[in-house]
Every structure is written in C-alpha cells, then in structure tokens.
Design a binder for this molecule. Structure first.
Ligand code: AFP
Length: 298
C-alpha cells in the first residue's frame, strides 16, 4: 500500500497532509546529501556557495510543512524561534539527526512531533510522530496513537515513493542490544553500573551515533538506547521537544517505555524549545528496571 493511500484511510486530515509533505521533502533531502555536505565539492569545486545539509534540510522541511496549512507553528533544532503558520498543529522537528555522521556515511535521520498545544509543551500533547531513517533504506515510521507503522522508499516508475512495509510494529519480548551515548568516563556511577549489568547479562552493544538509527535497532531487536545523564551534561544532550518526546511516543505505541530516569519522558515539561533531558528508551521491562535502580528500590 502506498503512503498516501494509508494516510487517507488512517490519519486525521491535518496529520495526513503534514506526513505526506514530510515524506516528499525527506526524499529531496536524501537526494541532496552528497551535494550539500561538500562530498562532491571536495573533488569538483563548483564555485557555487552551497547551503550546509542541515540548513538545507531545515528549510526544505519547514517550507513543506508550512505549505500544507496544517501547522500553527514549526519549531526546529536548527532555529532559535518557531515559524508561524495558519493551522492548528505545533510541529517540532530535528531535520537532520546525526549530521556528524554525514562524513562517515553512517545512518542519518529526521524526527517530527505533532503537538496539539502551543510549543513548548510536554509529550502528553503529542497527537502523532514520525521518524525517517536514511540508512541502507529510506524508511518512514509513524504513529498517530494507534500503533506504529513503517514505509520504505521504493522506485515507482522514474521516482521514489513510500510503500507500507510493516504494520503495528512491536518491540520483541527478549531485549538483545543496547547503545549509550556520550563518553563512558563522563557517565554517572549509576549509569555505569546499569550498563555493566546489561553487559553481564549478555546483551550486545550496537551504536551508530544517530538517535533514530540507534533507536531503530532497539525497536527491531529489543533493548535500550540512552543518551544518559553525564557529569558534564546532567540534563543529557537530546532535546525533549524535537527528539526524545516524539520517539518516546512512538516507542510507547510499540509496547516500550521511555524514561528521563525519574519518570516518563512524556511527562517532562520542557521550559524552552531547546530544553534537554536524559533519555532511556526501549523495552519496557529494562527501562523500568533502570528507574528502580536509580530510585534505589531495585
Ligand atoms: P549530531 O547531530 O551532532 O551528529 O548529534 C547526534 C545526536 O544528537 C544523536 O543523534 C545521537 O544519539 C547523539 O547526538 C550522539 O552523541 P555522542 O556522539 O556524544 O554519543
């Protein structure tokens, strides 16, 4: 089934329009990664001033989202203030997650949260979320609060389009993998102890350096991803509005749980557009175990 057909049958009109515009813009972003990241210019200087890929992706997505008329505002990791629109939905986005992976050709991603309250607000006001991965496949994973569904970009005639590849995705019962960001020397002692316990129980480390890529393998294999509290960043690195809350919403719909270390990520009230929080996301049992270890009851 094509994405637009799925959206027509399963999504509220405004969220369908937003998702469709994001899907189209994501393909343009992907096509432009080599050119806008300087990979071509390194051997073939054109003299043309290129926008960096993160600015390019921000502008592409913002324009696409605003053109639907469904967004009341668009906030982005790349902009200090939200752009205003005429619709009702507050869209928060990380237009190019993991941009330091461009050079190494590791996975990249884009994350979008659809909120029904003025931004900033907590993840309890999310009515939908989408993430795109640019890895060995371009995939688009979405929820509107009724399960998690996935699409992959496939050639349809001369162009790429998204086709349904997974319905009602759920985290597997048995957690297999973990990935933790930051430098180990900076993790707090309780984070280290918890990660040691994951190693002792035979879980395998998987880390690519892009939140969506790392979360994507947790969704497929079961386990936990974290950008934890550290001694240098006690409030973590990842942004609540653009990154952790939308992914927590998707993860809960897939049967998982996401915590800030002291409660659900969805309850974190960001005091600014760029507020951060530690995140521990993945299999519900593991994340709840971490919470009880942190609170001294486990
Ligand atoms: P960049 O966008 O600067 O590459 O950062 C990516 C990111 O925000 C997130 O996608 C990763 O999970 C996290 O940073 C990785 O951070 P570390 O490199 O410090 O582990």
């Amino acid at each position: 089934m094509k994405l637009d057909e799925f959206l027509r049958l399963n999504a509220p009109e405004d969220l369908a329009a937003l998702t469709s515009s994001i899907a189209t813009a994501s393909l343009t972003v992907w096509e432009n990664i080599p050119r806008k990241s300087g990979v071509l210019e390194a051997v073939n200087p054109s003299g043309e001033v290129q926008k960096a890929i993160d600015v390019f992706s921000n502008d592409e997505f913002a324009e696409a989202i605003l053109s639907t008329g469904a967004a009341g505002e668009v906030a982005s990791e790349e902009m200090s203030d939200a752009m205003k629109g005429k619709g009702k939905i507050g869209v928060a986005m990380d237009p190019l997650d993991g941009s330091s992976n461009v050079e190494t050709n590791n996975p990249l991603g884009s994350i979008f949260g659809f909120y029904n309250k003025p931004l900033p607000c907590s993840g309890r006001s999310l009515v939908g979320a989408v993430y795109v991965t640019y890895g060995n496949m371009i995939t688009l994973t979405l929820t509107y609060g009724k399960g998690v569904h996935r699409f992959a970009a496939v050639k349809d005639g001369p162009t790429l389009g998204f086709e349904l590849t997974g319905i009602d995705l759920k985290l597997p019962e048995k957690p297999e993998v973990y990935g933790v960001g930051g430098a180990k020397k900076d993790w707090t002692p309780r984070v280290r102890r918890f990660v040691d316990s994951l190693e002792e129980r035979g879980m395998r480390i998987r880390y690519c350096g892009t939140f969506v890529g790392d979360y994507n393998q947790v969704l497929a294999r079961g386990g936990i991803f974290s950008y934890p509290e550290t001694t240098v960043k006690p409030r973590g690195k990842l942004r609540v509005l653009f990154e952790t809350a939308p992914m927590a919403f998707i993860n809960e719909q897939a049967g998982g749980y996401a915590s800030s270390g002291g409660g659900s990520i969805l309850d974190v009230e960001p005091d600014s557009l760029s507020a951060t929080s530690p995140v521990y996301i993945g299999s519900a049992g593991l994340v709840r175990e971490l919470e009880s270890v942190f609170s001294g009851t486990g």
